[in-house]
Design a protein around this ligand. Structure first.
Ligand SMILES: N[C@@H](CCC(=O)N[C@@H](CS)C(=O)NCC(=O)O)C(=O)O
Length: 323
């Protein structure tokens, strides 16, 4: 039986009203409908602690699906901090909408408990990544942009470990990081969490403008974003680009142009994925499950669609790209 037009109109209006309520819980927006990432806690760059590098002293808390945690995990892997900095993976609790520890950690069941105990103001979100000091029982830093800078100065096991802020590149790295953070890293969320068409259009245009600039820079120079040396600019781009076909194109609408149509970026992603330790930080099943399963207002059915094979996305030849 056809549904009467009046019922369709009423349901659509009610549905949209509920969608806006739910989106408010997912992420705040400004008056124009642009998503605005809320401020977090423990956001300042601290000095390198005197006890840094002592086994058992510090813990890096991450979640598999989170791109902000992924960047910290990458620095941890690339700088071979496994022996001196413990890595602890938390799991999402979609029903409660928070991160939980697999076994109680410092007496906390959920990350929010640890945040509160460490003095986070009421109302702030408990986000990953977090660097925790066991000895002093405090959160050292909870903002990924600062955390990766701190980990780049963290004592390493020996000589020859990569410096991701090489001398002479500070300005270039800062310039790229600024653009990537707003247009790409946060940009995909601004697409997915936009409240109206105009807000989405703005975010989407910014995203693809900067992807185009990256394509130009990598085609002209390379092999890394700032030229010959790997840097924090590369580190922050990877978590977003590796989730593009799996999550951001289908769920957030970042789909104007598939990544294989950016040949230099495609090769850059393959090259970065091939760096020692990087593949072990990638969990495509968890990414899809967590995003599609947990972001209810964007995917009310909770159905997790099949995604492309990660191996295909980091393969080399143009023929393979187009299959
Ligand atoms: N500014 C933070 C943002 C991190 C962030 O938003 N993490 C998300 C996961 S992708 C989170 O933990 N969200 C939990 C919540 O909002 O309650 C950073 O870059 O460290």
């Amino acid at each position: 039986m056809a549904i009467p037009p009046l019922v369709v109109a009423a349901v659509r209006q009610a549905w949209q009203w509920q969608w806006h309520q739910l989106m408010g819980g997912l992420g705040p927006a400004d008056a124009e409908g642009n998503y605005r990432r809320p401020a977090g806690a423990f956001v300042d760059l601290p000095p390198v602690p005197a006890s840094a590098g002592q086994p058992g002293q510090h813990v890096l808390i991450v979640g598999r699906s989170c791109p902000w945690a992924h960047r910290a995990w990458l620095v941890w892997a690339l700088r071979q901090l496994q022996g001196s900095l413990e890595l602890l993976v938390v799991e999402p609790d979609p029903k409660a909408g928070r991160w939980r520890f697999m076994a109680p950690f410092e007496g906390a069941e959920a990350l929010i408990d640890l945040y509160r105990r460490c003095g986070a103001p009421a109302g702030t979100r408990a986000t990953v990544p977090v660097l925790y000091d066991r000895g002093e029982r405090r959160i050292v830093v909870g903002e990924s942009a600062r955390l990766i800078e701190l980990l780049n100065r963290w004592p390493t096991p020996g000589q020859g470990v990569v410096d991701l802020e090489p001398a002479g590149l500070a300005e270039a790295i800062e310039g790229w990081r600024g653009r990537l953070q707003s247009a790409v890293n946060d940009g995909v969320y601004r697409c997915g969490f936009a409240r109206n068409q105009a807000a989405y259009d703005r975010a989407e245009a910014d995203l693809f403008t900067v992807l185009g600039e990256l394509e130009g820079a990598l085609s002209a120079a390379g092999p890394w974003i700032c030229g010959a040396q790997l840097s924090l600019a590369d580190v922050v781009l990877f978590p977003t680009l590796i989730r593009m076909e799996m999550v951001y194109a289908p769920l957030f609408g970042c789909s104007r142009k598939p990544l294989w149509q950016f040949p230099a970026l495609w090769d850059w992603r393959r090259r970065f994925h091939g760096l020692p330790g990087v593949a072990a930080t990638c969990f495509p099943d968890a990414w899809r499950r967590d995003y599609f399963g947990a972001l209810f207002p964007l995917q009310p059915s909770g159905i997790v669609p099949a995604g492309p094979d990660l191996a295909r996305l980091v393969s080399g030849s143009p023929g393979e790209r187009r299959q």
